[in-house]
Design a protein around this ligand. Sequence first.
Ligand code: ME8
Length: 536
Amino acid sequence: MNFYITTPIFYVNAQPHLGHAYSTIIADTVSRFQKIAGNDVRFQTGTDEHGDKIAEAAARSNETPREYVDRISRMFRETWPPLHIEPDNFIRTTDANHINTVRSILQKVHDRGDIYFSEYSGLYCKGCERFLTEKELINGNCPDHLTPPEPITEQNYFFRMSKYQEWLIGHIEQNPEFIQPERYRNEVLSFLKEPLEDLCISRPTSRLTWGIPLPFDDKFVTYVWFDALINYLTGIGYPDGPDFARYWQGAEHLIAKDILKPHAIYWPTMLKSLGLEPYRKLHVHGYWNVNDTKMSKSIGNVVRPADLIEECGADSVRYFLLREMSFGLDSSFSDDALINRHNSDLANDLGNLVSRSLTMVKNFCDCKVPPAGAMRDSDRELAAAATGMVAEYRKQMEVFAFHRALREVWKVIAMANRYIVNNAPWELAKEPASRERLDTVLYTLLETLRLITLTLHPVMPATATKMKDALGVESPPDFDSQAQWGRLVPAAAVTPGAPLFPRLKKATPAPAPADNRARQSSQKAARPGRTERGKP
Ligand code: ME8
């Protein structure tokens, strides 16, 4: 099966934060998972570089829009490798081929009669870069940006989105998996109960010049959402490139709920007008909040990925984000929660299991995979749990239930740690008559570790690679050939390495500050070795 996973392309009006990293880590994890499952995968992310917000941000930093977008786009691109994120393509909406494709698509939709010129009055939110309806406002404010939208009356071009309303409702109803999780599908269907308005897709150059000129009227530039959504096509070479034919039918978009409407309503109707099949699925996640408020660059309560990597390592950040949030729901970020997960799940549960098992193989089996003898019930139980885990993990990963997939793995890690205590290999090692039993116990542990490693590759690629190398597994991860029990070959070399996850010191609350300087110094003393962060 072909699989094309995308993240939103992020606005370059501020630097990347943990919210952006979350979406991009998920996409990377899904891409790695689908590859191990034997699929032909393409993963795309990038930056959204036109529109009011960007032009204003460039002006604020005294740069030309071009200098500004180049600088911030580079920051996004450079944020991903240290998080072990490896996209196949990083698209920018200022790329020449993107601009050409947007213009040719506009011309096509115009030629079909789906674009017309008219006057419009509405309430415009600059933060969202779209007109809001009265119904969406909370106390007169945009619910996301907490600021009142501006009343604007303008002549503009409109896309006949309303023409495709009935078709869209039918498509969502006939394809229950089109928008996931279900709560977002229901939200879209309920929104579609009201008549859909046509979409304003231009901005007059008298108000904004930083955009793609309309091919049929150069006094207007393209509305940033009409431009941005098309990235999903340009990135795979629409209309003629081989990658377009190869990947479009496997397109799965990943977004947070803030941009549900453009993706669930504008985008499928644009595709329909173009005569293309809609994407295969839209996956919608919730928000990372800090103290009950959405982490957001406009609010300024952001956490920087680089600070977290410095604190506990990229794999630990990836694990935390995927384990802590139930996909689709909101979650709270806190330093304590991150450190707790790192210490308990990674340093204690996984780290100890790996280091105890490999040390015993080193001490009792001369760093070689021992031969397995006759299995007892407790061995069979662990083997069955480990193979069952791989199957259940795959099921959960396929539906983006990352926290459940990882919970299955950690159940087996806990079981394996208990198995060590119950079988006390160090006691068996004292009795030459127990040699076969000792070998069987250690073989069972190594096989369990091998299967755990297989499941960790998508989520914690660097850790899984270390574990794979320590176990002497040579072939690249692959569910089809490696999910069965008993693939480790006796006498093969095992190479114990350094501990996987050093324990982190927990933050202790600083005493009440006498003044600002006192507070800073007490915090530093209370958090040795860790950086101060979370500043806007
Ligand atoms: O909307 N929690 O760009 P954007 C979780 N350019 N995810 C978060 C988050 C949070 N607190 N904050 C941001 C745009 N995100 C458009 C998209 S796509 C054709 C155009 C993530 O920079 C999440 O993926 O505002 C969200 O949907 C996205 O960043 C919004 O990024």
